[in-house]
Structure formats: C-alpha cells, structure tokens
Ligand binder design. Structure first.
Ligand SMILES: Nc1ncnc2c1ncn2[C@@H]1O[C@H](COP(=O)(O)OP(=O)(O)OP(=O)(O)O)[C@@H](O)[C@H]1O
Length: 408
C-alpha cells in the first residue's frame, strides 16, 4: 500500500455543527473530484477525519497517480480546514485467470473479473495553498459500458423510505426469474438492507474468491447485500456519502456476477448524493420507481423521476404500492386510498404505470418469513408477475450495447 503523509495534526475542538458542516464539505469535494471520469467517492473504502487530518483508504484504477491526486485533493480540501491527508492506496493488477465457485443452482460465469490487488508502501508530503477547484463534467450513462455478463440492470428506487421498495424489488426479481430469466439481486440499501432476510439467507455470508465476492444463491438468484457484509455494530447507517458509494461500487464491480439477464438493484431510499452517484456510475438499463398513494401526494415519486431524467436513465415505470386494500377476513380488494394517483404521475412524466399492489398483511407475512409472495405462489403473486411482464415487454428498447472487452 502507498501511504502518503502530509503535515502533522493541529487538532482543535469542533462543535457538532462545525463537524457536520466540515464533513459535508469534505463529502462534496470527494463526490466532485474525478479520477479519469469516475468520482473518487466510488473508490473510497475507508474514511476518517480527525480535526484537520483526513485519512482515506482508496482503491484506485490501474493507471492513476496517487501523488497528483493527493496534491489536488489537498488544494481542494484546504479551504475546508483539512491540513493533512493520509492516503492508503490499493492499485489493482491484472488477474492471471480466476475460477468460479458458484453454488450449483446458480448459472455459471463465462469470465472472471480482474481483482488481484498488489500493494506497496511509500511516504510523501506536500502542502499547498488553496487554488480554484478543477471541474470536470460528470460521466453520463451514454459513456458507461455495459457489464459483460449482465444484459439488463434495473434499479428500484423510491423518493422516501418505507414505501415497500424492498418488498417490491424482491418479488419483481423472483417474478422475472419465474418468467425464465437468470436473475441477480444487489441490495444497495445501506440504510436498511433487508434482502437477506426477505430471501431467507440472512445467516449466509458471501465467500471471497481472488478478492471477488461470490454471490449467495438465494432460491436460484445470485444475491449480494451490503447487509451480508456487516458484523455487529459495523453499521453503514453512520457511513457518509463517499464511503457508502465506494462500498456499493465495490459490491457491483468486485463481485463475480454470473451470466445474468437481469441484475435488480434495491437502491437506498431518497434522491441524495449517494443515489445520484450510483445512477451516474452504474450502466443502468432502466429504473422502476416505487411509491404509495400518500407519497404521490408528497411529490416524493416525482423527485425520483426527475433524478433519473437528470442522469439520462429511462424510467421503466412506476409501481404504486399499498394502493389497494385487501381485507384479511373476506379477501375483498378495493382502492380505499382513492384511485388515479399512479396514473396521474405516469401521465405527467410520460412513464408507464407498471402496476398497483394491494396493502395486504399476507405480503408482509411472506417477506417476514423469507418466502416472498412470488415464491410462495400465493394470491398476490399475479400482481408481481404482471409487473414483471410489463417490464419485459419494454426493456429491450432501452438495452445498452454489450462490451465484451470490459475487464474489471
Ligand atoms: N403491499 C404491502 N402490503 C403490506 N405490507 C407491505 C407491503 N409492501 C411492503 N410492506 C411492509 O412494509 C414494510 C416496509 O417495506 P419495505 O422494507 O419493503 O420498504 P422499503 O421502502 O424498502 O423500506 P426502507 O426504505 O426502510 O428500506 C415491511 O414491513 C413490509 O413487509
């Protein structure tokens, strides 16, 4: 590992407000600073600030120059009170060929990803006064190449938490599989990773093979969750933007994904920096926005549509969850919250309404016991099957060209 040290600490006491303000300024600089065309935030695997000292663990691309990066970051962060940057840098080296040890029930990979990392250590120092930041345009979806083994990446997003995004994601993924597709699921919801529980694999840890994660086999789907990587109090809720985006990009890039027709990503709720950065770095075929009648009224779903429009990601459609109520006594279903909310947003933003789902205790009970409705083939499965069919009917017109030469 490289270890770049700058001036020694001149630590002062900060009020919580000052600390939050400085942390946020540091996050913004890291999110905006690019190595090649990629935000350095996606390369941060560890981040600590102690007064005016910042320590960054970074996994940089092969041809990057850590000294220049350190200098430029120093200039950009100096006005925000950072006097010293310590960088622990890992640079990848090409793999000499890797095997696959996917569980039997999962589709086999055709090609392993580059991952073997070499590291070495050095020390350097330089302090500069602040200069104007170097600005570069953020990468667009059009400039991202498709993953060589994944035909379509679908992100499932919501403007706010708690609308049933994860419940909908897991059922849509299983429905796509039921339609004959090879499906993977990436649980990127750092605030509440629930895929392992919903798929009944919360005690299974993914293996590492040549520094690549091997996805867990969850009912035949290749699943990887940020939740599978956490131990005890190592909670990502406290992670700040760059660390979170770095960890999530690692899950995407450093996973031995098998050949897939669909990778369905359960995004963190909201439309902040983390969501925006992911939307700019991952080659997404399209987005599905989950909302509820209440959230339509609060304009949250609109924010989601606008974020994807801004990043040139096609919105495949909106799913209105908990739109209908199914009586647990008589099973009668009706639209007790009123009708037309999902249709209104679909019309306003010219995106399809993929489906409306009932609010039913059976849907919750099934995900709670790790056997979602589609797997159980209960009375709610047809709603999800219909949404999956609507996605399938339109996805090909948004497909990205495949780049077989891409190596990670
Ligand atoms: N259609 C539904 N009917 C009944 N309960 C539901 C339905 N959809 C989701 N739920 C329940 O609502 C709760 C929140 O759902 P879920 O975790 O899927 O939401 P989320 O939007 O992913 O939340 P978060 O933002 O916290 O990740 C869960 O208990 C889930 O079982």
């Amino acid at each position: 590992m490289f270890n770049f040290m700058k001036k020694t600490s001149t630590k002062k006491t900060e009020t919580p407000e000052q600390r939050a303000e400085r942390d946020s300024a540091v996050d913004k600089v890291l999110l905006g600073y690019e190595v090649g065309t990629i935000s350095i935030a996606t390369m941060v695997t560890g981040l600590e600030r102690d007064g005016d000292q910042l320590t960054l663990d970074l996994r940089l691309p092969v041809n990057s120059n850590p000294e220049i990066i350190q200098q430029e970051l120093g200039q950009l962060l100096h006005p925000h009170g950072i006097k010293a940057i310590h960088m622990n840098v890992r640079l990848p080296a090409p793999a000499k060929g890797t095997g696959s040890s996917l569980p039997k029930a999962m589709p086999k990979t055709t090609n392993a990803m580059d991952s073997q990392s070499k590291s070495s250590e050095t020390t350097g120092s330089k302090t500069t006064d602040a200069e104007p930041p170097i600005t570069k345009a953020a990468p667009t979806q059009a400039s991202l190449t498709a993953h060589p083994r994944i035909r379509h990446i679908i992100v499932v997003a919501s403007g706010k938490g708690g609308v049933g995004k994860s419940t909908t994601t897991v059922n849509i993924a299983l429905a796509l599989q039921k339609l004959g597709n090879r499906v993977g699921v990436l649980d990127a919801d750092i605030y509440g990773p629930s895929m392992p529980t919903m798929l009944g694999v919360d005690n299974v840890r993914p293996e590492l093979e040549n520094e690549q994660f091997v996805p867990i086999n969850a009912h035949g789907m290749a699943m990887l969750s940020i939740g599978s990587l956490l131990d005890g109090d190592n909670t990502p809720v406290a992670w700040r933007g760059p660390k979170a985006t770095g960890a999530l990009m690692q899950l995407y890039n450093q996973t031995n994904w098998p050949q897939l027709d669909y990778l369905v990503i359960d995004m963190p709720p909201g439309t902040g920096d983390i969501q925006l950065t992911l939307a700019q770095r991952i080659p997404v075929t399209g987005a599905v926005i989950v909302t509820t009648p209440q959230h339509i009224a609060l304009l949250d779903a609109q924010k989601g549509v606008e974020m994807f429009n801004k990043t040139n990601i096609p919105v495949l459609g909106v799913v209105e969850n908990m739109a209908l109520h199914t009586c647990s006594n008589c099973n009668h279903t009706e639209a007790i919250f009123g009708t037309g909310g999902g249709e209104k947003i679909a019309e306003q933003y010219q995106v399809p309404l993929l489906g409306q789902l009932p609010l039913a205790s059976g849907i919750r009970a099934q995900v709670d016991k790790g056997e979602p409705s589609v797997l159980a083939d209960d009375e709610f499965a047809p709603y999800y099957m219909s949404i999956a069919k609507n996605i399938e009917a339109n996805i090909n017109k948004f497909a990205k060209p495949i780049d077989d030469k891409r190596i990670f």
